[in-house]
Design a protein around this ligand. Structure first.
Ligand code: GRF
Length: 212
């Protein structure tokens, strides 16, 4: 059973896509056991509460220090018995001890084809502006395993969308977001069905997503 803790800072459409996939049977043996946001007024917390799920505002500011913040995160994750963390629009860097405690069990969804157009500062419309500025013909969404660097961990699943000559950053963002809502539940299903194994290589970690 996947017991998923979802972290987000914004409206929560990716969280909703995962919740819908669970509720309509597309994501077997999975439950969302906790939703965490660093923003007390984030839409993701409202969506979680409306679904009757534990919704926690946890932030370094609220906890008072990095150590207290880390302890609060770990305590909430343990209390919920979470065994997988999903970052869905979470704009903060997870403390390294949380990454260590959930090594290879933290996923992030990024609105571009990593390793391109990722890294610190590459979020929101900036990502899509960079894709347009680079005259790419394809963009897409990436689900990857989180490590200590931004948008850097091994890729679990990617799906592409076309970039149209008429695209603005906003129109491309909308097309990518729609694809995110497909690729995130699809990546979680690979985990739920035990079809993702993370192999520690000599110089890197790589993921074998064993799709059909
Ligand atoms: C998504 O575009 C995601 O790729 C990025 O932040 C956005 C979150 O959107 N990391 P939402 O809160 O899931 O609607």
């Amino acid at each position: 059973m996947l017991k998923i803790a979802v972290f987000g800072s914004g409206r929560g459409s990716n969280f909703k896509a995962v919740l819908d996939a669970i509720q309509n049977g597309e994501l077997p043996d999975s439950r969302i056991v906790l939703v965490v946001s660093n923003n007390s007024d984030a839409g993701i917390l409202d969506l979680a509460r409306a679904a009757g799920l534990p919704a926690r505002h946890i932030s370094q500011k609220l906890s008072g220090s990095e150590e207290a913040f880390t302890a609060d995160l770990l305590a909430s994750l343990r209390a919920a018995a979470a065994n997988l963390i999903v970052l869905a629009g979470y704009m903060k860097q997870l403390p390294s001890s949380v990454i260590a405690a959930y090594r290879h069990r933290i996923l992030n969804i990024h609105p571009a084809l990593l390793p391109s157009f990722g890294g610190k500062g590459m979020y929101g419309l900036r990502v899509h502006q960079a894709v347009l500025a680079a005259h790419e013909s394809l963009s897409g969404a990436t689900v990857h395993i989180v490590d200590e660097e931004y948008d850097h961990g091994p890729i679990v699943l990617q799906r592409t969308v076309p970039v149209l000559a008429s695209d603005s950053a906003e129109s491309l963002a909308a097309r990518v977001l729609e694809m995110e809502h497909t690729v995130l539940p699809e990546a979680l299903r690979l985990f739920a069905e035990g079809r993702v194994s993370v192999v520690e290589g000599q110089s890197h970690v790589h993921v074998i997503s064993l799709q059909e």
